[in-house]
Write a protein that binds this ligand. Structure first.
Ligand SMILES: Cc1cc2nc3c(=O)[nH]c(=O)nc-3n(C[C@H](O)[C@H](O)[C@H](O)COP(=O)(O)OP(=O)(O)OC[C@H]3O[C@@H](n4cnc5c(N)ncnc54)[C@H](O)[C@@H]3O)c2cc1C
Ligand SMILES: Cc1cc2nc3c(=O)[nH]c(=O)nc-3n(C[C@H](O)[C@H](O)[C@H](O)COP(=O)(O)O)c2cc1C
Ligand code: SF4
Length: 442
């Protein structure tokens, strides 16, 4: 429907006295791509994309206007209301990310609002937010972290990816003394790689917000330290969380040493060649993000995926944007193909791919082969600390499943838990949820 037609309908409704206000939505919602780009725009779109259109409608109709579409920050919301662009801004997902927005504004704590980053996890995993593990679990977990009955415990967190940052944040909110060791110069773990693709850059706000909170809560963050068991024991801890993440999974197919991982290329540790074959064995973000970034930079990229299409493991909001970008950038995606071997042919590589359904093989000659199979846990430090811990490193899964505290142990030692990808290759939300539900009870 065109603007002129919408205006005509609105004028009739106004004349008839049938409405007190208009709730303005812009765009379509009849397909997955229009849902995620127009109706519920996410991080691939700019903030507040429709304020101008809505403002014109309000001026021309002269009635109160409500509006919701990626007005996620207080600055844009305040501007829209103050300048008379609209009368009430909904900020739907912004409240899913942080239901305390209004209280925080009233307390003068705007900088502590957990930002809605437009990750759209809440759209398909109703109504869980990618970085607020409590949203949608309000009856199971406390939205506000309360002070511990036994504050002042020494908590050591190893690894400053999402899992470690969340464990450190929640433990500090509980009133404990927290030290966070991170091997890299910066916090964030794999999110630093995930945020490399242009349209995914807002993922970094998951890190930035937590970094700000850790500072405010007085967490002792020690970067550039690859912590070993001795470093942790030297702190005489009461609780240890090992959130050391993973590393690209070991490959055992013939010629595996000729392949590279998405980490190699996204981190800039290795140079991408002109012609690249990306082999997607997971259906997750890493392979499509690599194909997206490389093709955007002008490399000639082919994707081979073991599924019927790439990005099968993610929800439609991310999948649709990746598919659109890959199509626009001319990436050819081949379905049902699994990399089975690689060999050299002069200075080129020949990839043998096996069809998942028929077992037939085919070869593709290229300059570089990216093989993506997820991560293997990096948990040496956990195994070194396990024997000396009070709980032998065991996380009681029944207690976890019941959303309750871990069983008390009467042994005079530290408790030890593993979090996030240090357990197994998973996601940001899984890492944060695991950290929250364990740390909130100590
Ligand atoms: C390119 C890419 C894109 C991705 N996109 C998404 C996405 O869109 N959505 C999603 O949900 N997931 C995504 N993921 C996966 C997600 O980032 C991970 O599942 C998540 O970061 C795991 O969190 P973690 O804290 O357990 O581990 P990590 O993020 O791996 O962090 C572990 C940290 O521990 C540090 N460390 C390790 N050993 C030590 C030690 N001994 N001492 C001190 N520090 C140590 C590491 O340096 C690292 O910073 C993506 C991953 C990649 C690589
Ligand atoms: C989890 C979730 C559930 C929603 N359910 C409805 C619904 O039942 N009816 C509706 O009209 N809109 C629904 N919406 C859309 C919102 O009302 C809003 O239009 C949309 O999220 C864009 O606004 P925002 O950018 O402020 O989130 C839902 C949105 C989310 C994230
Ligand atoms: S998952 Fe969270 S951050 Fe992402 S759009 Fe939904 S509320 Fe916002």
């Amino acid at each position: 429907m065109r603007f002129a037609e919408v205006k005509q309908i609105a004028e009739i409704l106004k004349r008839e006295g049938a409405v007190d206000f208009f709730n303005c939505m812009v765009g379509r919602m009849d397909t997955e791509i229009t849902l995620v780009e127009e109706n519920m725009p996410g991080m691939s779109r700019p903030l507040a994309p429709y304020l101008e259109t809505v403002g014109v409608f309000r001026r021309e109709i002269g009635m109160p206007i409500f509006h919701a579409a990626r007005v996620t920050d207080v600055a844009n919301a305040r501007h829209a209301v103050r300048e008379g662009v609209l009368d009430m801004v909904a900020m739907t997902r912004a409240h899913i990310a942080d239901p305390q927005i209004v209280n925080k504004i009233m307390r003068g704590e705007e900088d502590r609002i957990r930002p809605c980053i437009g990750a759209s996890h809440c759209i398909y995993k109703k109504i869980h937010c990618i970085h607020n593990p409590v949203s949608g679990r309000e009856t199971l977990l406390p939205m506000e972290v309360s002070a511990s009955d036994t504050p002042g415990k020494k908590v050591i967190v190893v690894g400053g990816g999402p899992a470690g940052m969340e464990a450190a944040r929640v433990a500090a909110e509980r009133g404990h003394k927290v030290i966070l060791f991170e091997a890299a110069p910066r916090l964030g773990g794999q999110i630093q790689l995930a945020a490399k693709t242009t349209w995914r850059k807002d993922l970094i706000q998951i890190v930035d917000w937590r970094e700000g909170e850790l500072e405010k809560l007085g967490v002792d963050v020690r970067c550039n330290i690859y912590a070993e068991a001795a470093d942790i024991l030297a702190e005489n801890p009461d609780h240890v969380f090992v959130a050391t993440g993973g590393i690209p999974a070991e490959q055992n197919l013939p010629g595996a040493g000729l392949t590279v991982s998405s980490w190699d290329l996204l981190s800039g540790d290795m140079r991408a060649e002109q012609e690249v074959l990306v082999c997607d064995h997971t259906g997750r973000h890493e392979p499509v993000a690599t194909a997206d970034l490389l093709s955007a930079k002008g490399h000639q990229v082919t994707m081979a995926t073991i599924d019927s299409h790439s990005a099968t493991e993610m929800g439609y909001p991310d999948r649709m944007i990746f598919h659109k970008r890959l199509a626009e950038q001319g990436v050819n995606t081949l379905a049902y193909l699994k990399l089975s071997a690689v060999h050299k042919d002069g200075n080129r590589l020949v990839a043998t791919l096996t069809h998942e359904l028929t077992g037939q093989t085919q070869e593709i000659t290229t300059d570089q082969v990216v093989l993506e199979t997820g991560t293997d846990p990096l948990a040496e430090v956990f195994f070194e600390l396990r024997e000396g811990s009070a709980n032998k490193g065991i996380t009681d899964v029944d207690a976890m499943a019941n959303w309750s505290a871990q069983p008390q142990t009467h042994i005079e030692s530290y408790t030890l838990h593993r979090l996030g990808d240090a357990v197994t290759s998973r996601s940001i939300h899984a890492a944060l949820l695991e950290a929250y539900r364990l740390a909130v009870h100590i």
